[in-house]
Design a protein around this ligand. Structure first.
Ligand code: EPU
Length: 422
């Protein structure tokens, strides 16, 4: 297992290119299952999760080729030769559930392993299943698998989500494109990844209105055709690298960044005393002298502060002046980075879904363990500002969501090195 060593030091200066969004790409790739014609995705990130989705789609009979070093994905699913998403792949990555809606919509049958729990929360898929049931799917849960059938095809339906779910909105949206009649998704997720998926589906011939609002209307069509679509910028990678100069000092321009992707996050940076400026190429973040101010953060569905930036924000708040409160409202167990940050000298009290972070002058390097994707990168950010050396173990989590992290941070002056292990 690889580890990463970070040596804390001075300010960071320069530019970091931001990749296409992992979570958008993981929803866009299964859209290939909706059409017999090819789908080309440009600006794809090069990540292990994308390779896992490739493996899953290939197991169903789709063809996926990575061109230009993986930045372009050429997908095609002329005919599906298998309708079962096996546990061995699904257990590696929960986003695998996103093949359910498209497979069912296209061929009237799908068998998908239930993903099971996850380090950050129970993460059930009941909302995905309820939405498909409302569209006429017959579901049967047996031996850890969802067996779904729609012998006469799916039909349009009004789906009223009791809580906002990104994945359930994506599954329902894809399924509805080929359902007979009109579907309305109420209390739909509004994340930029949903908007990106809707745009891609529209380019494939789908009739969709309202993406980006909480009500999406889809008029089903008989078939979708091929398309080429650029993956939206990764707002979480963007926010993560915006925090690097905020924590270490200096000035970093994140290329491809746009304020509307990270509005609520930028408001908190501003309140903390970090300047964010729009440039023709992206977003420039500057921290000059002095300590950053404490701020209170509550995670919420988009356009609120994203849960996927909560761990990284905690790394910043660990060294601010005063006490900050972080409230995690999306996942029930997403503070596993807190005890690891505490090993570096951070003072954090966690009670249920709330963490109180008492800022200290400086963190100290220590060996720490990455517990999930966003937790791993929060430890790297903390290490960049800490005194001495931080060894982050189990960085395979990191490789799921951050491409070339050593190169990107090294390029702005960070001292970071990967140690290859067994
Ligand atoms: N939920 C249910 N039932 C469902 C679906 C969700 O109770 O059927 C609950 C979840 O347990 C959670 C809440 O609803 O408490 C929101 O979950 P959501 O469905 O929105 O999350 P997701 O689609 O499983 C995506 C991202 C996550 C990100 C969340 C929230 C992908 C592949 N994953 O997950 O990304 O945290 O939305 O924004 O898009 C990450 O990239 O590190 C990551 C975890």
């Amino acid at each position: 297992m690889d580890s990463i060593i970070v040596t804390g030091g001075g300010p960071l200066n320069g530019q970091i290119p931001i990749a296409g969004a992992k979570n958008a790409c993981l929803a866009l790739m299964p859209a290939t299952l909706l059409s017999e014609e090819p789908l080309t995705l440009t600006n794809a990130p090069r990540l292990s999760d994308i390779r896992t989705m490739t493996e899953l789609l290939t197991s169903l009979g789709a063809e996926v080729a990575g061109l230009q070093g993986g930045q372009v994905l050429a997908l095609s699913s002329h005919a599906l030769t298998n309708h079962t998403a096996e546990y061995d792949i699904v257990r590696k990555m929960r986003a695998s559930i996103l093949v359910l809606g498209p497979m069912l919509a296209r061929d009237g049958q799908a068998v998908v392993s239930l993903p099971g729990g996850c380090a950050i929360g129970a993460r059930p898929v009941d909302l995905h299943l309820r939405a498909l049931e409302a569209m006429g799917a017959e579901l049967d849960l047996r031996e850890g698998y969802v067996h779904a059938r729609a012998p006469r095809g799916l039909r349009g339906a009004v789906v009223d989500f009791p809580l906002v779910s990104v994945g359930a909105t994506e599954n329902a949206l894809m399924a509805a494109t080929l359902a007979r009649g009109t579907s309305v998704l109420r209390n739909a997720a509004r994340e930029p990844e949903i908007v990106d998926l809707a745009r891609c589906l529209r380019a494939m011939g789908a009739q969709i209105e309202g993406e980006g609002s909480s009500e999406i209307t889809i008029e089903g069509v008989a078939r979708l055709h091929g398309a080429t679509h650029p993956v939206v910028t990764d707002r979480i990678e963007l926010g993560t690298y915006m925090l690097a100069p905020a924590i270490c000092g200096g000035e970093v321009e994140c290329l491809g960044g746009r304020i509307e992707l990270v509005g609520a996050f930028c408001e908190k940076l501003d309140a903390a005393g970090i300047s964010v400026e729009e440039t023709p190429a992206g977003l420039k973040v500057t921290r000059r002298n002095g300590r950053v101010r404490a701020v209170d953060v509550v995670t919420e569905p988009f356009p609120g502060f994203p849960t996927d930036l909560q761990a990284q924000m905690m790394a910043l708040l660990a060294t601010t002046e005063g006490t900050s409160t972080l409230e995690e409202r999306i996942f029930e167990n997403r503070f596993m980075h807190a005890p690891e940050l505490a090993r570096m000298g951070a003072q954090i009290e966690v009670q249920g879904g709330t963490a109180r972070v008492h800022g200290v002058e400086r963190l100290k390097g220590a060996p720490v363990m990455a517990t999930d994707l966003r937790a791993s990168v929060s430890l790297i950010l903390a290490g960049l500002a800490a005194e001495g050396e931080t060894l982050v173990r189990r960085v395979y989590h990191l490789d799921r969501g951050y491409e070339r992290v050593e190169e990107k941070l090294g390029g702005v002056g960070a001292r970071i090195e990967r140690i290859h292990g067994d």
